[in-house]
Structures are given as structure tokens and as C-alpha cells.
Design a binder for this molecule. Sequence first.
Ligand code: SF4
Length: 211
Amino acid sequence: MLTLRASKLGGCVRQYVMLLRSGREQVLPPRTKLIFAVGKALESVILEHAGFDPGLLLHDQVEVRIPINSDLTITGHPDADDGEWVLECKTMRAFAFKRMREGGLDEQFPQYLVQGAVYCKGLGRKGVKFLCLDKDDSRIESITFEADALEPYWNWAVAAALKIQSWLPLKRLPGREISLPPWYCSAAYCHLAECRYNFANPKKLEWKRRK
Ligand code: SF4
């Protein structure tokens, strides 16, 4: 049985296939680990600041599991749930917050919607409230996506999961998705230096220099 994490399905399929084939966990650089740890530590304050009871936090105790076919399941751990809405806490720097406000969460961070769509489907809620914190000046913006609006992102999650399942037994790798933003391939977000797209890969840098 292949079990795939909702939080990774909106990201790089090539990366997920490489990790699954190698049997390795993704090794994050200390800076990225710190960013995630800070985000986790702030969840309770974010909920409170956004007007929700911090007691709604699920602390990874609730697992969503959705079977896609007889050999494939999508899983994940929502941050919080008030019985009507899934609540997802997202921390971001001022520049990302500005981008999110100007361009829309769905345009700038579609991977969050893919993740939220899985939780919404798994818990059968009305939708997802993304509570986005600007870490630089402590502003919070709550952005709501109802279940209907999340349907395309649920389809994205299923399509990515099926793609991973189909590529896994092969020797070749899927290409880099066109929609993947350039920063995704930087050393801060992807440690797979063996991938020819990785910005930390010396061969790639050489190739870039020659251009
Ligand atoms: S370097 Fe980019 S394309 Fe390659 S695995 Fe990492 S995120 Fe994916």
C-alpha cells in the first residue's frame, strides 16, 4: 500500500518520486527546519489572535486517510477543526504575505489549497479557513475557501498521487512541472542535489553559467 502525504502533493512530483524510491526522508536544512518549527509553535497564538479557541488544535492526533484505489491512500494531519471548518495556520514573511494578499493564496501558494482540500474532504467540512500570519508585523488574515472552490485542488491531489503511483515502479523520472516556482528548486527547499534542476547542484550551476 502506497501512502502519500497531502502536504507534499501540491509540491514537486519528481522530488516525491525520488524520495520514495530512495526510501529516505527529506532532509531539511537547519534554516528550513527552524521556519517549520516556528510555524508549529505559533499555531495556538495564531488561532487565538484570529478569534478561535486554541483548544481546537488537533496536535497531530487526528489523521485524515482517504483511499484512492486499492493500493493508494492519501493521508494528512489538519492543524485544527471547529466542527464546521478546517483551520490551517500558515506563517509567512512580509514579502510572502504581501504577495499572497496581492496575488491570492490560490495563485501564490496553491500547495496549501491542495493540502486543505484533502483535509476538507477527509473531515467532510464546509471548507477551510487559512489563518495567514505576517511574521514581520503580526498581522493575521483569514482566507476562506468553501468545499466547492477546493474541488479543483482535490482533483490536483488525486492526479498527483496517481502520477506518483504510476512513476514509482519505472526507472525514469517525471520532468519538472511547469507550474513549480523557481524557489522550489533552491537548496533551502530541496536537498536533492542529484536532481539536475537543483540550484545547489554544481553541474546545474555550471550549465547556468554557460548560458
Ligand atoms: S530540484 Fe526542483 S525539480 Fe528537482 S526534485 Fe527538487 S524541487 Fe523537484
